[in-house]
Every structure is written in structure tokens, then in C-alpha cells.
Design a binder for this molecule. Structure first.
Ligand code: 3PG
Length: 306
């Protein structure tokens, strides 16, 4: 059995060592394709792989066509919008993610971005504090729950909206449940996005929604760029000079945001929410274990293309 780790953005070395240990203990071999720049490199590398571990790397029909021996692909992370699930199913390939494994890392970054924003990008001017501010968590999954826990430590008032999460789960975590996205944005000074990119959520964060935010509103995105309606957010930020947009996923229109909104816009050069040794170890080793458990025992617990 050959396990390929294909990561355009590599894991920390310590995580790769852990993955290797799991794979080799099972009697399989590990091949690494890191920092690749051309899709052809991935197409060549998958040709004889039985299993594939990826991060945000795109696995589409072309990759699956090239992967003649592939049985399983595991996205070491939460969001699996980079895998063509229908194509995986039609190729007889099981697709999985590793939910929760990198969520603390993403949540810590979200709070870090909030501090950066309220302290005016550390430019030396007088900023404000997170304590006492109303934080809106848009989707209360693994990352959202960690954001709530850390934000409570800052003394923030935490609210959440999640159509798929019962109120009781939020109240048990000391979070006030709200019942629409509109209500969340109208209520909160800072909104932190934790929704996946799906056909329903794409471009759903638009002018009408963000315009509900109170004066001085800050939108923090550690989720996906696709959920933002970029043209409408640009238009809104031109109309409202009080709003800030802070993101870990560089928008397609980064240059425009950068030029128009100096001091109110920040994007990390490369998505780094899950870029910690701990998150890499957790997600990478979970992915390797899920592969072994699937090949040896047929365990499909984390399958996402059922
Ligand atoms: C995820 O969905 O798990 C995060 O967005 C992390 O993505 P990454 O592995 O590309 O850093």
C-alpha cells in the first residue's frame, strides 16, 4: 500500500514524522509531494497511490482519473470543498475529513486577528479592548465552540447563530443563541465566520447582511473566501468607513481591498489558521490512522461522500 501526502502547504516536520510512523507501522510506504507548484506534479504522483492525504489541495475529476489505484482520500482538516465528492464516488474513492483536529489552532488565530483589529493593526494609536464587546459566532461547529471558549476568557459577550445546532448546545457553553444570521449581524460588534463553503453559503455574506452591523463593526474570516460576496463587501466598505474586514483567506480582489481600505483591511499572505505544529500533528496523524483503519477494517466513520 502506498500512501501519498500531497501538500502544497506542507505540514510541520514533526507531523510528517508522526504520519510516517503510523503508515510504516501498518506495513505501508509513505511518499511525500510537498510545495508542488504545478498540477501535473500531483497528477504524476497520484498515479500509483492507494491512499492520499491532502490539505486544501484540489482533488477534482482530473486528479481522480489519474489516480488509478486510489481507494481513499483524507482531507487532513475540516473543510472538504476542495474535493469533488461526486467524482470521488463515481471513481469508487472514499473521501474523509478529520473534524475537530485543527479547530483550536483556527480559533486562536481568529482571536488573534480580533486583537490585531481592535488595536488598529498595532500602529501605535489608541485602540479598544475585546472585553465587553459582543461577539457573533456564525456557525457553532468545532471552531466556533473553541472561539466561544477563548472569547469568554477575554470577557466578551458571546452570541451564535447556527441553523443546525440546538440552542441547548450553545447555552450549555455559556453562549446566547440567536435565530437568524440577520439577528447575529445586527447584534454584534465583531462577527467571526465559521461556515463551510457550500452552494448555499457561497457569496452569502453580502451587503445587506454586513450592513446590519453596528458602528465600528469588524468582520473576521477564518473560514473560506467563497462565502464573501466580495463586490458587495467592497461597495459597503466604501459607503461605511467604520467597518473593518480581517481575513485569513486572501480575497480574489485582495489588491482592490488593499488599495481602498488601508488600515481597515488585513489578509494573511497564506491561510495559516491551521498552520501550527499541534494542528498538523493532530490532523495529519488522524488522517493516517483513518486510512489504516479503513484499509484494514473498512471503518468509514468519517466518510463525507456517502
Ligand atoms: C480546514 O478546513 O481544516 C482549514 O481551513 C485548514 O486548511 P489548511 O489545511 O489548508 O490549512
Amino acid at each position: 500500500m502506498k500512501v501519498l501526502v500531497a501538500t502544497e502547504k506542507p505540514f510541520a516536520k514533526v507531523a510528517v514524522d508522526g504520519i510516517r510512523e503510523v503508515v510504516e507501522q501498518a506495513g505501508y510506504s509513505l511518499v511525500l509531494l510537498e510545495k508542488y507548484t504545478e498540477k501535473q506534479q500531483l497528477l504524476d504522483a497520484v498515479a500509483d497511490a492507494d491512499a492520499l492525504i491532502i490539505r486544501s489541495d484540489v482533488v477534482d475529476a482530473e486528479v481522480l482519473d489519474a489516480a488509478k489505484q486510489l481507494k481513499i482520500v483524507v482531507r487532513a482538516g475540516a473543510g472538504y470543498d476542495n474535493i469533488d465528492l461526486a467524482a470521488a464516488s463515481s471513481h469508487g474513492v472514499v473521501a474523509m475529513n478529520t473534524p475537530g483536529q485543527n479547530s483550536n489552532a483556527v480559533a486562536e488565530l481568529a482571536l488573534g486577528l480580533m486583537v490585531y483589529a481592535v488595536r488598529n493593526f498595532y500602529n501605535g494609536t489608541s485602540g479598544s479592548e475585546l472585553k465587553g464587546k459582543k461577539l457573533g459566532i456564525h456557525a457553532f461547529g468545532n471552531v466556533g465552540r473553541n472561539v466561544a471558549r477563548i472569547a469568554q476568557g477575554f470577557g466578551m459577550e458571546v452570541y451564535a447563530y447556527d441553523a443546525f445546532c440546538p440552542d441547548e448546545a450553545m447555552t450549555a457553553a455559556g453562549v446566547t443563541p440567536l435565530h437568524s444570521a440577520e439577528e447575529l449581524y445586527s447584534t454584534c460588534h465583531i462577527v467571526s465566520l465559521h461556515i463551510p463553503a457550500t452552494p448555499e453559503t457561497k457569496q452569502s455574506i453580502n451587503h445587506a447582511l454586513v450592513n446590519r452591523m453596528p458602528k465600528g463593526g469588524i468582520l473576521v474570516n477564518t473560514a473560506r473566501k467563497e462565502v464573501i460576496h466580495e463586490d458587495e463587501l467592497i461597495q459597503l466598505m466604501q459607503e461605511r468607513s467604520d467597518l473593518k474586514y480581517i481575513t485569513d483567506i486572501m480575497p480574489a480582489a485582495d489588491m482592490k481591498f488593499r488599495t481602498l481600505f488601508e488600515g481597515r483591511y488585513f489578509a494573511t499572505p497564506k491561510k495559516m489558521g491551521a498552520q501550527t505544529a499541534e494542528a498538523n500533528i493532530n490532523a495529519g496523524i488522524a488522517a493516517a490512522k483513518q486510512i489504516v483503519d479503513f484499509i484494514e477494517n473498512g471503518n468509514t466513520r468519517f466518510q463525507v461522500n456517502k
